[in-house]
Design a binder for this molecule. Structure first.
Ligand code: FDA
Length: 305
């Protein structure tokens, strides 16, 4: 049943009609639990509150799958405005971007132009940028673009998904770039031909790549709410004399806030992924897919309207 619900929400996450409707109708259906607001100012207020509690942030201007060059360019402008706000307000925050919102499916020229404009602004403001990893179909090209940009900019990283079979090899291939990587389980619906279908195997692979990346001496962001993974990372780092300055934990805004505070209190860098914007639909559906129990929030959200 849980798998069915998961597939259902992941299917809905790609529905363009609902995506458009959601943009027009504002944060609904309980999405406020996971999305910091619709404007930069609202996101800045939330980040200031997090920073005051010793939590760092990475900001995501929500959006994916744009259809036109104009829309992709506008999204890049909004990401640049967000980076400028981080610099101006001196926030302890990084930026996360989804390349499908910046022209990935339109053309190489549009995408690279937007990425370089974003990276120039980020370099000027001393803001680190992480390229989020989207579905498997786009993984190879995302990594190639990351490698290209990493030769031009130092302040860039990307995401590696533990559910993919290819991941171990990607960690090795990327090693010569000494990359700062965010390691995650993976949030998209993938076929058993490319991804481990069993959670147990995903968790084992997650631990394997955490070990590899840390032992390679690279900065590692372990992005997970799973206590097993978090405790494994702490213990592995301790046993191998890996300093707290070589890794951090990351979690999503609105999920396990008490645990976030606890990790920060223990002296770990704890970064919260703070999404904002009107294009919240796909992001919200993936959060429901991760934990169908979240549907209770949807029902409550509906009852409030
Ligand atoms: P798991 O799903 O096993 O959850 C462990 C526990 O955490 C659950 O039992 C529950 O208590 C809690 N939990 C997890 N998800 C929850 C939810 N939605 N609502 C309420 N509780 C929840 N993925 C991707 O493919 N590309 C990317 O670029 C990113 N980027 C990213 C950044 C950051 C900072 C995070 C934390 C995650 C991502 N992800 C991602 C998402 C990631 O792949 C994964 O889907 C989620 O983190 C859920 O997996 P966990 O590791 O938390 O474990």
């Amino acid at each position: 049943m849980e798998q069915l619900m998961r597939n259902f929400f992941l299917f809905l996450s790609k529905n363009k009609f609902f995506t458009k409707m959601a943009k027009q109708y504002g944060l609904r259906l309980g999405a406020k639990r996971f999305v910091s607001g619709e404007t930069i100012d609202q996101a800045v207020t939330v980040i200031k509150e997090l920073n005051a509690k010793k939590l760092a942030a990475t900001v995501d201007y929500l959006g994916e799958f744009v259809d036109s060059e104009q829309e992709a360019n506008e999204r890049a402008e909004s990401s640049i405005a967000t980076i400028n706000a981080i610099g101006r307000e001196k926030l302890n925050a990084q930026m996360s971007v989804k390349m499908t919102s910046l022209g990935f499916d339109i053309s190489e020229a549009v995408l690279m132009n937007n990425m370089r404009r974003i990276m120039d602004a980020a370099q000027k403001n001393n803001v680190f940028v992480t390229i989020d990893m989207e579905d498997y179909e786009r993984c190879q090209r995302t990594l190639e673009i990351f490698k290209q940009l990493k030769t031009e900019y130092d302040n860039i990283g990307t995401v590696i998904q533990a559910y993919l079979y290819r991941t171990e090899k990607d960690i090795e291939d990327l090693n010569p770039y000494s990359p700062n990587l965010r390691l995650v389980k993976g949030a998209y619906k993938e076929s058993p031909e490319v991804a481990f279908p069993d959670k147990k195997d995903v968790d084992e692979n997650f631990k394997k790549i955490i070990k590899m990346h840390l032992l390679n001496g690279n900065y590692t962001a372990v992005a997970s709410h799973d206590d097993n993974i978090i405790n494994f990372t702490k213990e592995f780092a301790k046993a191998n004399n890996i300093p707290k300055s070589q890794f951090e934990f990351q979690m999503l805004f609105g999920i396990m806030p008490e645990r976030q505070l606890q990790l920060a209190e223990e002296g770990y860098t704890m970064r919260v992924y703070v999404p904002f914007g009107t294009d919240w639909y796909g992001y919200f559906m993936r959060r429901l897919a991760e934990r169908p129990a979240n549907v209770a929030f949807v029902l409550k959200g509906m009852l409030k309207k």
